[in-house]
Design a protein around this ligand. Structure first.
Ligand SMILES: [Zn+2]
Length: 312
């Protein structure tokens, strides 16, 4: 069961590869999926949170945990900054706890110096009130997670349509065992190492193929790689997760990482499982498909999330 879930989790993002279809149809397709999910489960937490278009005007608080929670008093990352641009604006997921907004703005300011790029392309953060989403992502629920594209920001401003349609670049090699050297550069390693060095950052998630390169390029000091965890997908973007802001009792963080650098047998296990899932996927069992599990209900979230939902 666990294997099936993991493989499904891997193949789902592969089915949504940017560049495999016309991207406008991806936005349309997403809108259809959102509508279908609302119709199928109108009372699910993801339907309730997924239809909120603005933040709860309450004191800023991350409530609950990354994959089971919500966000009060969210701020939006401006869609344009001196060295960042927010992508996929139709999703309205450029919201976060003010600590995340501050951190991303600071990181973006440093990016030209660290990488030589013009800046960052920022992908999904949280919904205006956090919570579960109608498409994609189990986490990103409390305003402390952000996906940052591994494609450097172009020098010019992208218009709205380009922000929906522009494809991200796959950083993994075609065998999914290492990076594609045509796309991956030393600047990628410098950027991820800089983010890992920030004490407020609790975890970074990257595809196993990318971690292979990070381990190789790290040289002697691999200690920063402890925070950089392999996960399916994350070959177009990397995922930054901040720790709970100090003293915020409503926020449940994760244990500090305690995995070592993870560059040895653990990583090769991930790489091989991923390779097999892509190139030797298990045959689907004959017979009717098992019914999908009902999505998370509002009762599964911390009780304060009801307040966040109804607040003005
Ligand atoms: Zn993410």
């Amino acid at each position: 069961m666990r294997t099936i879930v993991r493989i499904a989790g891997l193949l789902a993002p592969l089915a949504l590869l940017p560049g495999t279809g016309h991207a406008q149809s991806t936005a349309d397709q997403e809108a259809k999926t959102r509508a279908a999910n609302i119709a199928a489960w109108p009372d699910a937490a993801r339907s309730l949170f997924g239809q909120k278009t603005g933040p709860a005007s309450m004191q800023a608080r991350a409530i609950g945990s990354y994959a089971r929670g919500c966000l009060a008093g969210a701020e939006a990352l401006p869609v344009d900054g001196p060295s960042w641009q927010v992508m996929r604006l139709n999703r309205n997921r450029n919201w976060g706890h003010p600590a995340l907004i501050d951190y991303l703005e600071k990181l973006a300011r440093d990016v030209p110096r660290i990488t030589g790029w013009a800046g960052l392309l920022v992908g999904d953060m949280s919904q205006p009130r956090g919570g579960p989403m109608l498409t994609g992502h189990a986490s990103h629920q409390i305003g402390l997670d952000a996906d940052v594209w591994l494609t450097p920001m172009p020098r010019g401003r992208l218009d709205r349509e380009q922000r929906e349609n522009m494809s991200a670049v796959n950083m993994a090699r075609s065998d999914w065992r290492d990076i594609d050297p045509r796309n991956w550069t030393p600047a990628h390693t410098r950027l991820i190492r800089t983010v890992a060095a920030e004490p407020k950052v609790e975890r970074i998630f990257v595809n196993p193929a990318l971690k292979v390169a990070l381990c190789r390029e790290a040289g002697a000091d691999k200690s920063w790689l402890e925070k950089v965890r392999p996960i399916w997908g994350h070959n177009y973007h990397f995922h930054i997760r901040l720790a709970c802001p100090a003293g915020m009792a409503s926020c449940q963080g994760q244990e500090p990482p305690n995995f070592g650098d993870g560059c040895g047998a653990e990583l090769s296990g991930w790489v091989e499982r991923q390779h097999n899932a892509i190139f030797n996927p298990p045959k689907p069992k004959p017979g009717p498909k098992p019914k999908p599990k009902p999505p998370m209900s509002l009762d599964a979230l911390p009780p304060e999330c009801r307040q966040v939902l109804v607040s003005r």
